[in-house]
Design a protein around this ligand. Structure first.
Ligand SMILES: C[S@@+](CC[C@H](N)C(=O)[O-])C[C@H]1O[C@@H](n2cnc3c(N)ncnc32)[C@H](O)[C@@H]1O
Length: 227
């Protein structure tokens, strides 16, 4: 892989773990949830937002009966994921596709499990988010598990403003310069926040059931549910 991509991968790995404390625990909990529902059976997992390859490294080596279909619009992020799959020697169980879920070539009811981690807050409006979740629901076999994780909060609340300050302090504690962290604060304000309640409502509208919030860390939270 080209040097600038290796560097980008390194920075992404590092900064995500500052941005989302307990990021690795999120993946360990999601894996436990999938295993609890799927056991040892062969599992086809749909990874929406598979760029960077963190789902592959967290779940690939430890679950030899799982196959992965990863979709992501970013060519660079997919190249990093492909590189990780090669390094982990799991390429034969991984298919990576550039695009969004609307362009997925598989038929409905294909997958045994799905994840969408740190993607939803990049989608501008509620309808776009609902379409994404609805399309994921369509791809899952009935009753199968889905893990969603994204930023959450009520944009106009003091509570969210407070959590953004705390999120900035995670980076200051990690040694980032104050000016950079201030710029990052502006950027984070522009992502699309929805409250926990609105996100659970969206999941319901998209057809998901038994919705449980299982994870919360700074600006982000995770929900388990069933198709
Ligand atoms: C912060 S990264 C998260 C990647 C990975 N899930 C993780 O946790 O490391 C967000 C990813 O979502 C991708 N993305 C943005 N919009 C998307 C969409 N509509 N469908 C799928 N992926 C999308 C971006 O290209 C990027 O690779």
């Amino acid at each position: 892989m080209k040097t600038h991509l290796l560097e980008k991968a390194r920075i992404y790995e590092q900064s995500t773990r500052i941005s989302v404390p307990a990021y690795d625990t999120l993946f360990a909990m999601a894996q436990a949830y999938f295993r609890a529902h799927l056991g040892e059976q062969e599992t086809s997992l749909l990874v929406v937002g598979a760029g960077g390859g963190n789902e592959l490294s967290a779940w690939g080596p430890s679950n030899p009966s799982w196959t992965f279909t990863g979709i992501d619009p970013s060519e660079e992020m997919l190249q990093i994921a492909q590189y990780k799959a090669q390094q982990l020697a799991i390429e034969s169980r991984v298919q990576l596709l550039q695009g969004t879920i609307d362009t997925l070539p598989s038929s409905p009811l294909t997958y045994d499990a799905a994840s969408c981690i740190l993607v939803l807050h990049f989608m501008e409006d509620r309808q776009q988010k609902l379409n994404l979740l609805h399309n994921i629901h369509e791809q899952l076999k009935p009753g199968k598990p889905f893990v969603l994780a994204c930023a959450y909060g009520d944009r106009n609340s003091d509570e969210l403003q407070d959590r953004i300050k705390i999120w900035q302090s995670f980076f200051l504690e990690a040694g980032y310069k104050k000016a950079k962290v201030e710029d990052m604060g502006q950027v984070i304000m522009n992502i699309s926040f929805l409250s926990d309640q609105d996100i659970q409502e969206l999941l319901k509208e998209a057809g998901f059931k038994q919705i449980t919030r299982f994870f919360s860390s700074g600006l982000f939270a995770g929900w388990m549910s069933h198709a």
